[in-house]
Design a protein around this ligand. Structure first.
Ligand code: NOJ
Length: 509
């Protein structure tokens, strides 16, 4: 062993030796996650239809950082057995992955079911069960069938019916084998970034189409949950939605910044959390007030934020068995002047353009002192995780929470000490939230099992416990140091004071 490696190992081990041991209950679940578009590849094989991310990455190569697409990704459509072998080696108890809507229903509609798609996911699920790993299935992780986008995608209210049809096909086919379901992954991201920003479908209508998307996603989620209750409750499954929350800390102690930070939380987690988790349901009052007011000033006859009927409010309220939470980082929040009115630097004219950002009336920054990662938006701020968990606990009466994603991207390389440190620090923060603050968290999912297609960043950002060698013909997966670390956590349910670095890296046995 080279001197350098001995040095790194000693440094890491001694840093653990100083910290008291923190263990999770025996019932706490540890797992890993991925999604269909980011890993499967086989984008047009065996009857799969085109998704909005297939179309978007093919048509907008220049927008993707490394000009790549997910046509092959990590080829998990073919290599799922290798992946499951790696999951097994980690010793985790579940795998969170998503089903590609367009692999099951190529046109998005139920008149054409792709039997090869059904067969494929049966094979994946069977392999997991054979290895003693529980499947946690996300129904929608951003890859809408392109043909539904032609109808306006998530901005067309009819989509909620189509989603329920799709969800029913999944429950009919896989309900007997899968007992944890997530309807949607991060609606904030695929609505706001998809319809108001740079993600597929790239509508770029912030403050309008993103709100329509959110509205129909909430309706679709509520309807799917009630459909499950009515038709499939004998399966005794858990059905949930995954929401993302960066911690939003006021940039200063000023009353204005405190209020701006709370408003920004209501506009992000609260946008979906309030209708589903709060006692009264419906959109957060802070969001309703700001958007109604701004819409009026801007000359609209109707609020840009659509309205639920009382029946819809009731249907969506409490439509969950647990809440999925994705958390990665923290931002500092400052008020921006007067909420909607920005004076344009060039013209001096007051800009009252409808936009989500103007509605929030806050500006988000990160401290230059926070450690950087390979993702510009992701700084290492473990204390923010504990604050986010406590905010959810206090705002929504301590719901049952499952962490469906937490992770970090760093440069390629197997000795990823920085990733080990990130996981350790964030897990300690989760541990404090549970055992010191009483937050009701019962599981943790590291994102991701292996490097994969990171949306607009292509393959340039690597989140994996397993490294993927994109240059090798068989996309070789190799365990990183973090895989060994996480494996120790998953097997012992304790954050180790020091851990065993001998991890079997031979992917062939
Ligand atoms: C959240 C998304 O669900 C996932 O697809 C993405 O890869 C990670 N964040 C990292 O950005």
């Amino acid at each position: 062993m080279s001197l350098l490696i001995v040095f790194i190992l000693t440094a890491v081990i001694s840093s653990y030796a100083a910290t008291p041991k923190q263990c999770f209950d025996n019932t706490f679940h540890f797992g890993v996650g991925s999604s269909a578009l980011q890993t499967e590849g086989a984008w047009n094989l065996s009857g799969k239809g085109e998704s909005i991310w297939d179309r978007y990455s093919h048509d907008n190569q220049d927008l993707v950082f490394d000009h790549t697409n997910a046509d092959v990704a990590t080829d998990s459509y073919h290599k799922y057995k290798d992946d499951i072998r790696n999951i097994k080696k980690l010793g985790v108890t579940f795998y969170r992955f998503s089903i590609a809507w367009s692999r099951i229903l190529p046109t998005g509609l139920i008149d054409e079911i792709n039997e090869d798609g059904i067969k494929h996911y049966h094979a994946v699920i069977d392999e997991l069960l054979k290895e003693g790993i529980k499947p946690m299935v996300t129904m929608y992780h951003w890859d809408l069938p392109q043909s539904l986008q032609e109808l306006g995608g998530w901005t067309n209210p009819i989509i909620a019916d189509y989603f329920v049809d799709y969800a029913r096909v999944l429950l009919q086919n896989f309900g007997g084998k899968v007992n944890t379901w997530v309807t949607f992954n991060e609606p904030y991201s695929f609505c706001h970034d998809g319809y108001g920003g740079l993600y597929a479908p790239g509508t770029r209508s912030s403050g309008r189409h993103d709100y329509l998307c959110g509205h129909n996603v909430l309706r679709a989620h509520g309807m799917a949950f009630r459909m499950y209750e009515k038709e499939f409750s004998h399966l005794k499954a858990s059905v949930s939605i995954t929401l993302n929350m960066s911690w939003l800390e006021p940039a200063t102690t000023s009353v204005d910044d405190q209020a701006a930070a709370e408003r920004a939380r209501q506009f992000s987690f609260g946008w979906f959390g309030h209708p589903i988790l709060s006692k009264d349901g419906d959109y957060p009052p802070a969001m309703r007030e700001a958007i109604n007011r701004n819409s009026r000033i801007q000359g609209f006859n109707h609020s840009r934020l659509p309205t639920f009927t009382p029946e819809e409010v009731a249907m969506i309220k409490k439509s969950y068995h647990f809440v999925g939470l994705n958390h990665y980082t923290t931002f500092l929040v400052r008020l921006i002047l007067a909420g909607i009115c920005k004076v344009s630097k060039r013209s001096g004219i007051i800009d009252t353009k409808p936009s989500y950002e103007n509605d929030v009336g806050a500006i988000l920054r990160q401290s230059p002192t926070w450690p950087k990662t390979n993702s510009s938006w992701l700084k290492v701020v473990p204390w923010g995780f504990r604050k986010a968990l406590n905010w959810i606990k206090n705002t929504y009466n301590n719901p049952r929470l499952f962490i469906t994603e937490n992770g970090v991207s760093y440069e390629a390389g197997l000795q990823d000490v920085k990733r080990v440190n990130y996981i350790e620090a964030y897990l300690r923060s989760v541990h404090d939230a549970i055992y010191k603050d009483g937050c009701n968290v019962f599981g943790y999912t590291y994102w991701s099992l292996m490097d994969n297609y990171e949306w607009m960043r292509g393959y340039s950002e690597r989140f994996g416990l397993f490294e993927v060698d994109y240059k090798s013909s068989n996309l070789t997966r190799s365990a990183r140091l973090s895989a060994a670390f996480y494996s120790t956590v998953a097997r012992t349910k304790c954050i180790p004071d020091n851990f065993n670095y001998n991890f079997n890296n031979d992917t062939n046995n």
